[in-house]
Design a binder for this molecule. Structure first.
Ligand SMILES: *[C@@H]1O[C@H](CO)[C@@H](O)[C@H](O)[C@H]1NC(C)=O
Ligand SMILES: *[C@@H]1O[C@H](CO)[C@@H](O)[C@H](O)[C@H]1NC(C)=O
Ligand SMILES: *[C@@H]1O[C@H](CO)[C@@H](O)[C@H](O)[C@H]1NC(C)=O
Ligand SMILES: *[C@@H]1O[C@H](CO)[C@@H](O)[C@H](O)[C@H]1NC(C)=O
Ligand SMILES: *[C@@H]1O[C@H](CO)[C@@H](O)[C@H](O)[C@H]1NC(C)=O
Ligand SMILES: *[C@@H]1O[C@H](CO)[C@@H](O)[C@H](O)[C@H]1NC(C)=O
Length: 232
C-alpha cells in the first residue's frame, strides 16, 4: 500500500515550518512537506513492521537533497523520476531492504539488486575495503556470493547518506563504463523534457523494470509538486 497524501491540517503546519526555515535553504531545496505530497511518509508511527528502517519525510529530506547535489542532478524531470522511483520502491521510505528470502542482497531506498549493491559498495571509498574482503574471490561473480554475505555487503550501503543517494549513483555512475544510464539514447533529454516516453525509457531501459500505473502516478505527482513549489 502506498501512503496517502497529507491531511490539510498537517499541510498547513508543515508549510508554515517551511516558510520559517525556507530563507536559509537554496531555492531548489526539496522540503519535507513536498516529499509527503509526493508520497513519502510524514511519520513512522504506523510503521511497526520495520521500525529501524522507516524514515519520516523530515529525516529523509536532507539526504535526498544531498544525493541530488552530490551527483549534480539539477533538472526537475530527472529529480522527479528518481525520487518517485525511490518512493515507490521503499514504500514512501518505510523500508530499505527486500524482506523476502528470495532476493538476498537487494536494498537501499531504490531497492537495487545485489550486483549493483556490490558495485556501489566497491565505488564508495569508506566501505570499499570491507566489501572487497567480504566478497573475496567471488568479487568478479556476484551471483556466487552466498546470501548471508550478500546481505552483509548490503548492510555497508544502508547508512542514510548512502541509501538515499544510490538512485542518483545508479543513474549517473553504475555499470562497467561508470556512466550509469546517461549514455542511453534519449535518456537525459527524455527525462528533462518530462515526457511520458522519456519516463518510460527510464523505467524500462535504465531501471530495467516495467511501467505500471502506480509508478506513473507517483512520477506525475512528483512532477506536479516540483512545478508547484519550484517555479514562478
Ligand atoms: C520524524 O522523526 C524525527 C526523528 O525521529 C522525530 O523527531 C520527528 O518527530 C518525526 N516527525 C514526525 C512528524 O513524526
Ligand atoms: C502520522 O501519519 C498518519 C498518516 O500517515 C496520520 O494519520 C497521523 O496523524 C500522523 N501522526 C503524527 C503524530 O503526525
Ligand atoms: C559534480 O560536479 C563537480 C563540479 O563540476 C565535480 O567536481 C564532481 O566530480 C561532480 N560529481 C559527480 C558525481 O559527477
Ligand atoms: C523482493 O523480492 C521478491 C523476490 O524476488 C520480489 O518478488 C519482490 O517484488 C521484491 N520486493 C521488492 C520490494 O522489491
Ligand atoms: C564463493 O562462492 C562459492 C559458491 O557460491 C561459495 O561456496 C564460497 O563460500 C564463496 N566464497 C566466499 C568467500 O564467500
Ligand atoms: C522528449 O523526449 C522524448 C523521449 O526521448 C522524445 O520522444 C520527444 O520527442 C521529446 N519531446 C520534445 C518536445 O522534445
Amino acid at each position: 500500500m502506498l501512503p496517502s497524501l497529507l491531511s490539510a491540517t498537517l499541510f498547513l503546519v508543515a508549510a508554515n515550518a517551511a516558510a520559517i526555515h525556507g530563507s536559509c535553504r537554496p531555492r531548489d531545496y526539496i522540503s519535507a512537506s513536498e516529499l509527503v505530497q509526493m508520497g513519502a511518509l510524514s511519520n513512522c508511527t504506523l510503521e511497526t513492521e520495520f521500525p529501524t528502517e522507516c524514515r519520516n519525510a523530515t529525516q529523509a529530506a536532507p539526504f535526498v537533497n544531498n544525493g541530488f547535489r552530490e551527483y549534480n542532478l539539477t533538472s526537475t524531470g530527472e529529480k522527479a523520476a528518481l525520487l518517485s522511483l525511490m518512493i515507490f520502491e521503499s514504500g514512501g521510505f518505510a523500508f530499505d531492504i527486500n524482506h523476502s528470502q528470495n532476493n538476498p542482497g537487494q536494498g537501499t531506498r531504490n531497492e537495487m539488486n545485489f550486483p549493483f549493491i556490490l558495485e556501489y559498495a566497491l565505488e564508495t571509498p569508506r566501505v570499499a575495503a570491507q566489501a572487497k574482503a567480504l566478497a573475496g574471490p567471488n568479487i568478479t561473480d556476484p551471483s556466487a556470493v552466498p546470501p548471508t554475505t550478500q546481505n552483509a555487503i548490503r548492510a555497508l550501503v544502508l547508512p542514510d547518506d548512502l541509501s538515499f543517494a544510490s538512485a542518483m549513483w545508479f543513474y549517473t555512475r553504475s555499470g562497467a563504463s561508470e556512466t550509469g544510464c546517461i549514455d542511453i539514447p534519449d535518456m537525459v533529454s527524455g527525462l528533462r523534457n518530462e515526457s511520458l516516453a522519456g519516463w518510460e525509457n527510464y523505467i524500462t531501459q535504465c531501471v530495467g523494470t516495467t511501467v505500471t500505473e502506480a509508478r506513473q502516478t507517483l512520477w506525475e505527482t512528483a512532477l506536479k509538486v516540483f512545478h508547484e513549489h519550484h517555479e514562478q
